[in-house]
Design a binder for this molecule. Structure first.
Ligand code: S3P
Length: 415
């Protein structure tokens, strides 16, 4: 069996959430094509609808009628989605909305003080379950702040900037290492007053509504990473990824893969709506281990589970450090990766802030605990392609959080 063919992906999850939210703030009708098909983005859509924003399907496109937000009648259910929760907290705080946000068991165990701390410094009156969901926010008069975030997190940065759209004066966020910059790029594109100075971004209170958005969301590079690794580790494989987002803050994984020696040709790149997009060919070649440090992490944070699988098929040592944020994702991804890879026979050492893998290993089939985490489910399905015996996931359906078509597409390309 080899992995062969051409594949395009539904829209990038991070850009999809933001496109819906910024369209909701716009004056008039926005059209979004190739929106992410994952359940997380549906959570954002449903929450916005519950706050009075009209969103309709038009064929494969989504039409958003931007307008006034209103207090939701019911609890806002953010499902499994950290991005929905954290960005909405900032956005709704800036719009003076009273609301209570809830989520599933995984989301309800994730830290929200990283958002609530800066927002309360801005004047937001909020209550939480000891820094976790449910979180209730009350209409408050916000004022701009100069916030230095202790974590390199696009969710923190975006939440503060979105609150800043409704805060008196200017709001500045400085982060320790640059995280994904879609909020800055997209807000600048729809008329917000935003300026960037190194690691600091400053936004001013909105004087008029944003301009409507017309966007075809580029393919999700984090989803594409699973297929990329499949092609890199299964002998005789070659795939072409078309219309993939190539934003520099998102392609750390592709740089790492290149350093590991995978066959990779960038066939084409172009600019669209302020983002770089590309067409990429990936093929199997012998791989070698690499070191990933704290500075690399924000650009490949979501790809670390699949990088661990890649490392088991690479000659020598792969060391990942400075990735303690992985412990507060949809599950504790350091633990989940180490536990499951050990069951498959890999040589992996768990660190507080990452892991060390010695490769290559011949993986064996095993029962995998996904912890209901989409990226763990997809990463271990790919590991199964090179394992002796079957890989059996306890909850394969959780892949639909970001990519409902994952198993069908993998089957189509496996020849
Ligand atoms: C995201 C930011 C990252 C990432 C998540 C999506 C975003 O989270 O892991 O999948 O869209 O802003 P952090 O901001 O917590 O690093």
């Amino acid at each position: 069996m080899a992995i062969k063919g051409k594949i395009t992906f539904p829209g990038d999850k991070s850009i999809s959430h933001r496109a819906l939210m910024f369209a909701a703030l716009a004056d008039g009708e926005s059209r979004i094509s190739n929106l992410s098909t994952g359940a997380d983005v549906q959570s954002t859509r449903k929450c916005l609808e519950a706050c009075g924003i009209q969103i309709e399907d038009d064929g494969d496109d989504v039409i958003v009628a931007g307008g006034q937000f209103s207090d939701p009648d019911n609890l806002l259910d953010c499902g499994n989605s950290g991005t929905t929760t954290r960005l909405l907290l900032g956005l709704l705080a800036g719009q003076g909305i009273n609301a209570t946000l809830i989520g599933d068991a995984s989301l309800s165990s994730r830290p929200m003080n990283r958002i609530l701390d800066p927002l309360s410094k801005m004047g937001l009156i909020a209550g939480s379950n000891d820094g976790k969901l449910p979180v209730t926010i009350h209409k408050s008069n916000l004022k701009g702040i100069d916030y230095h975030s202790p974590v390199a997190s696009a969710q923190v940065k975006s939440a503060v900037l979105l609150a800043g759209l409704g805060a008196e004066g200017k709001t500045t966020v400085t982060e320790p290492i640059l995280s994904r910059d879609h909020t800055e790029k997209m807000l600048a594109g729809v008329g917000a007053h935003i300026s960037i100075n190194g690691l600091s971004t400053t936004i001013s209170k909105l004087k008029a509504q944003l301009n409507p958005i017309h966007i075809t969301v580029p393919g999700d590079p984090s989803t594409a990473a699973f297929f990329t690794v499949a092609a890199a580790i299964v002998p005789d494989s070659e795939i072409t990824l078309d219309r993939i987002l190539r934003n520099p803050t998102r392609i750390g994984f592709y740089g790492a893969l290149q350093k590991m020696g995978a066959g990779m040709d960038c066939l084409e790149t172009w600019e669209e709506a302020g983002e770089t997009i590309g067409k990429l060919k990936v093929f199997h070649l012998p791989l070698k281990g690499i070191t990933i440090t704290k500075d690399d992490v924000p650009r490949l944070i979501d790809e670390l589970p699949i990088i661990a699988i890649l490392a088991t098929q690479s000659e020598g040592e792969t060391e990942v450090r400075g990735a303690e944020e992985l412990r507060v994702k949809e599950c504790d991804r350091i633990y989940a990766v180490c536990k499951n890879l050990k069951t498959m026979g890999a040589d992996i050492e768990e660190l507080d802030d990452g892991f060390i893998i010695q490769g290559p290993t011949h993986l064996k089939g095993a029962e995998i605990e996904t912890f209901h985490d989409h990226r763990i489910a997809m990463a271990f399905t790919i590991a199964g392609l090179v394992a002796d015996g079957d890989v059996i996931l306890d909850h394969p359906e959780c892949a639909s959080i970001s990519y409902p078509e994952f198993y069908d597409e993998l089957e189509r390309l496996a020849q």
